[in-house]
Design a protein around this ligand. Structure first.
Ligand code: 5GP
Ligand code: ZN
Length: 112
């Protein structure tokens, strides 16, 4: 989708600081980090939000979760949080599925 911010970031049309890249997944550093490590892991395919992921997307979503854990391992994060905001009421502002990988500080629970 040419008018989607994260599609354009994944395509390299808008610059970002990459953390991981393959033919299905792209990971990059959040422009306004909420923790010392704040990486967004996204599918290259345009899926607006987690609730829109269909049976055909299960493998990709699973790969995103496993990749986030691998990135955290590589960064030697001893604790971290992986979260997807689904819908405006949950804080989603960019409607291209993304998982936030947050770490490098104590993380309170429950989130706001
Ligand atoms: P959401 O609020 O939808 O769960 O998360 C969207 C995230 O995208 C926010 O943390 C925000 O800082 C980040 N973001 C928004 N625009 C850009 C951008 O142009 N580049 C990068 N790297 N991150 C962005
Ligand atoms: Zn998109």
């Amino acid at each position: 989708m040419s008018d989607c911010l994260f599609c354009r970031i994944a395509a390299g049309e808008i610059p970002s600081k990459a953390a991981y890249s393959d033919d299905r997944i792209y990971a990059f550093h959040d422009i306004a980090p909420k923790a010392p490590t704040h990486i967004l892991v996204i599918p290259r395919k345009h899926i607006p939000k987690l609730a829109d992921a269909g049976p055909e997307d299960r493998e990709t979503v699973g790969e995103i979760v496993a990749r986030a854990a691998a990135i955290a391992r590589d960064l030697k994060l001893d604790h971290y949080r992986l979260v997807a905001n689904n819908g405006e009421g949950a804080g989603q502002t960019v409607f291209h599925l993304h998982f936030h990988l947050l770490g490098g500080r104590a993380l309170g629970w429950p989130p706001g």
